[in-house]
Design a protein around this ligand. Structure first.
Ligand code: LMR
Length: 398
């Protein structure tokens, strides 16, 4: 049977890591997958995570199963981070959170939940979006369509086109938004635009799904939740798919969550029962270790403060590298104004490089970035920035 199967294409992001590892060029640079690297190009565990891991090891706790929706201290901590401790959705109990294997797990649970309960709903994704978004929903059998989001002229949001497109979507469909640090463009709506988007989405009878994987990488933990909080309105429903891969550096631990905000607490219990069914028939219940680390850090005032500082350090380094990238691109005489790179938020820079230029970077210079032209700014450092910008100048023909 297996002989009839065709080779599947490489994953557009994780496939790059495979190709990078196989590349023998000692000067190779991986700016593909969104993983934070420090100034020396390493990704060590955060200090708070190392401390929590030590305490957990000493506690030598049970390795029995977690409940289907995961660790209760963790799911409460997730809600407090998303909405703030005193938010109405916590007090009323109309939000239900399930721990998931990473943000991707949260998206897939959402896809299965939609397919089982609203089989005709389409999920609308921003153009462009994270390369894995369409595949995750399609794998769950959900139809995916694009709507305008990014304006390549201004390197900002195409708000008018976006609102117009939302106004034409059929009621009962879902709209997938990025809570902050839009991946791949780094262009986020302003506070006013979030209100306009919320008006349009709810006015049209649509379900917002917010993918929230970079909390803390734009301005701060609280500030970055403003867009998401603007989408929470009395009596309205939404889904949040969140991840601690980046802000806790817990990539391989797969620590995420799906949060469903429902009209009231009674209905929330019904919705949660369906989410539990999706999880039980998929991976049964989530892994414990990463969630225990996060719950410990967020539940301890000192560790929590230290963690916020660690996130600030990552954010500041990335912003420093943005400035350096712009400086070096200008120095190398690349045509055009690259200052927009400094306005982009989060881990990525949407460079404007074409697919051909991206391929030339890979073939000629062993520099790996995503086909869309997305560069992982967190992978840039003082040692590789000259080689990177020289290679960019070469491929754009300067
Ligand atoms: C990325 O966009 O690079 C990250 O979200 C990692 C991934 O799984 O693709």
């Amino acid at each position: 049977m297996f002989q009839t199967i065709e080779l599947a294409p490489r994953d557009p992001i994780l496939g790059l890591t495979e190709a990078f590892k196989a590349d023998r060029n000692p000067e190779k640079i991986n700016l593909g997958v969104g993983v934070y690297q420090d100034a020396s190009g390493k990704t060590p565990p955060l200090g708070t995570v190392a401390e929590a891991a030590k305490r957990l090891a000493e506690a030598n706790g049970s390795l029995s199963y977690l409940p289907i929706p995961g660790l209760a201290e963790y799911t409460l901590a997730v809600q407090q981070l998303l909405f703030a401790t005193d938010h109405e959705v916590l007090a009323t109990g109309r939000a239900k959170t399930a721990q998931t294997p990473g943000g991707t797990g949260a998206l897939r649970v959402t896809g299965d939940f939609l397919k089982q309960n609203f089989p005709n709903a389409t999920v609308w994704v921003t153009d462009p979006t994270w390369a894995n978004h369409p595949g995750v929903f399609q794998a769950a059998g959900v139809r995916v369509e694009k709507f305008p989001y990014f304006d390549r002229q201004s390197n900002g949001i195409a708000i008018e086109e976006m609102l117009e497109a939302i106004g034409k979507m059929p009621a009962g469909d879902a709209v997938l938004l990025h809570g902050c640090c839009h991946n791949p463009t780094g262009a986020d709506p302003t506070a006013d635009q979030w209100q306009q988007i919320a008006d349009a989405v709810y006015g049209q009878g649509l379900l917002p799904i917010v993918d929230f994987a970079y909390q803390g990488f734009a301005t701060g933990i609280e500030e970055d939740a403003a867009g998401l909080r603007a989408m929470v309105r009395p009596g309205e429903e939404m889904i949040v798919c969140s991840s601690f891969s980046k802000n806790f550096g817990l990539y391989c631990e797969r620590v995420g969550a799906v949060t469903l905000v429902v009209a009231d607490a009674d209905q929330a219990a019904v919705v949660e029962s369906q989410v539990k069914r999706v999880i039980r028939t998929n991976y049964s219940n989530p892994p414990a270790h990463g969630a225990r680390l996060v719950a410990m850090i967020l539940g301890d005032d000192t560790l929590r403060d230290q963690w916020q500082e660690e996130v600030a350090t990552m954010r500041d380094r990335i912003n420093g590298m943005r400035a350096l990238l712009v400086e070096k691109l200008t120095e190398k005489g690349l045509p055009g104004d690259y200052s927009f790179i400094q306005k982009q938020r989060g881990m990525f820079s949407f460079s404007g490089l074409t697919k051909d230029q991206v391929h030339a970077l890979r073939k000629k210079h062993a520099i790996y970035i995503v086909d869309s032209g997305r560069i992982n700014v967190a992978g840039i450092n003082e040692r590789n920035v000259d080689r990177l910008t020289q290679a960019m100048a070469d491929v754009v023909g300067k």
